[in-house]
Design a protein around this ligand. Structure first.
Ligand SMILES: Cc1cc2nc3c(=O)[nH]c(=O)nc-3n(C[C@H](O)[C@H](O)[C@H](O)COP(=O)(O)O)c2cc1C
Length: 185
């Protein structure tokens, strides 16, 4: 079984990435294959809305950038762990670009061909209150499930992580990230 991690923070000492990496250690111990794509380091452009993916027979995205590597890896993946900070009440721009590029799955046979991937969403934020940005997270769930036709298996919000690497001292939150990842098992 293979799970890919999509990290969406620009920070070198990223809380969300740290939580994902800790969760992936558990998955690896369970014998699962993992691969991490760092959206901030990769060259992944926003969707250009050209509809090439809707009008050609091969179901390919016309934008030739690093997203092509993610599409390729996704073919054989069973799930995605999407890890993002909250920026201005929403998942980061890097996360939005990833979601938008999954538009290539919409009205195509990709999901039928390669399977409905399981998706888990892992969030870190500065504010207390796990439900504060529920509306935005629900929008991601809606799009993964109804547009991309993947299956969202869970979400986890890890609060009060304003400082870089703050989460490294929070064993309870790491356990929550691990519990989310275990839903893939
Ligand atoms: C530009 C920017 C906007 C932010 N907006 C919010 C916000 O609206 N609500 C919140 O709770 N935290 C907000 N934060 C704090 C981050 O969500 C928090 O530090 C998070 O843990 C960062 O994750 P990372 O370390 O993986 O980048 C913001 C941080 C930045 C830099």
């Amino acid at each position: 079984m293979k799970i890919i991690g999509i990290t969406c923070s620009p920070r070198p000492k990223s809380n969300s990435r740290y939580a994902l990496e800790e969760a992936f250690k558990t998955l690896k111990n369970e014998g699962m294959e993992t691969e991490i794509f760092d959206m901030n380091k990769l060259d992944v452009k926003p969707c250009q809305g050209c509809d090439f993916c809707k009008t050609n027979d091969e179901q390919k995205c016309a934008v030739k950038d690093d997203m092509q590597d993610i599409y390729e890896s996704l073919k054989t993946a069973d799930g995605i762990l999407l890890a993002s900070p909250i920026y201005m009440g929403q998942l980061s721009a890097q996360a939005k670009i990833f979601l938008d590029r999954l538009y290539a799955y919409f009205m195509s046979n990709w999901t039928e061909k390669y399977g409905a991937k399981k998706v888990a969403i892992l969030i870190t934020q500065g504010q207390p209150g796990k439900d504060l940005y529920k509306t935005n997270i629900d929008t991601y769930i809606f799009n993964f499930e109804n547009i991309v036709k993947f299956q969202v298996i869970g979400t986890q919000v890890l609060t009060e992580n304003n400082e870089p690497a703050a989460i490294t001292e929070k064993d309870e939150q790491i356990e929550e990230a691990i519990a989310l990842a275990k839903k893939f098992l």
